[in-house]
Each structure stands twice: as C-alpha cells, then as structure tokens.
Design a protein around this ligand. Structure first.
Ligand SMILES: [Zn+2]
Length: 141
C-alpha cells in the first residue's frame, strides 16, 4: 500500500493507530488544521511519514531542530525516501507530558526496512511557537 493510494480513501483507519478514520484523525491536520496538543502533532507526524507527506514534516519541525535545513528540496527528498523505504506497522505511545510551551512524547514506532525490523523508541521534545506545536528534537531510548 503506498501513501498515494491511502490518501485516496479518507475512510481508511488512520496509520497512527488511533482507531479513528484518517479523515477524523491525522487527515485534518495534514489538510491544515492545527493540532491542539503535542500528542496530536506527534501522531500526525508519524502518519505523515507513513503516507509520504514530506511537506507536513517540514512544516512541523522547529527551526532549532538539528535536522532543520534551509535546503527544503533535499530535506523533503530525504524524508520522502525514508517513507518509501519503510513500512509503518504500528505506533505505540508510551508516555506523554505537556506543559504550557513544552511537551515530551515517548513512543515506539514499529517499522521495517528491506524486510528488516527497524523499530525504534524515541523520546521526542516539542515546543509551542506562535500557538503551534513543533517537533524540537528527539533521543532514542
Ligand atoms: Zn491519526
């Protein structure tokens, strides 16, 4: 299943494993709605990787993130390559803490690449800037 085929059907279950349809879940954020909290943002970034929507990854990354690049074209290509080379099986949220302007989400992303398990667990940091949650950085745990 490719991202393009998935997006054609908004009634499919959301790849972030919320149990809701894509349209009711991350789809509305990909279409421009602002996530109300950092957990929604994190889930919608996972879905954006799963569906190969590099524009959304770029848009929701904090300018101080180490991967933040002014070369948008190569950044988006890199993000897109990751999406195309990976299968996104499942997202599991382990922990979520949010303050007014800072939040952390710890999650396990069950993915595989070239038939090999590439599952990882990360503690992600988010910061609110101009009313929008952004991905600041993350550490593998
Ligand atoms: Zn979702």
């Amino acid at each position: 299943m490719t991202g393009t085929q998935f997006i054609m059907d908004l009634e499919n279950l959301c790849p972030c494993c919320s149990g809701n349809t894509y349209a009711q879940c991350c789809g509305r954020f990909h279409e421009g709605a602002t996530p109300e909290n950092a957990l929604q943002l994190m889930r919608s970034r996972y879905s954006a990787y799963a569906l190969n929507i590099p524009d959304y990854i770029v848009k929701t990354t904090h300018p101080k993130n180490p991967q933040y690049s002014k070369n948008l074209l190569s950044w988006k290509q890199h993000s897109s390559q990751f999406s195309q080379n990976s299968l996104f099986h499942r997202l599991e949220i382990l922990d979520f803490m949010e303050k007014e302007k800072e939040a952390t989400v710890t999650f396990t992303a069950y993915i595989s690449q070239n038939n090999r398990d590439a599952t990882f667990t990360e503690k992600s940091h988010f910061e609110k800037m101009d009313g929008c949650w952004l991905y600041r950085d993350g550490q593998k745990v």
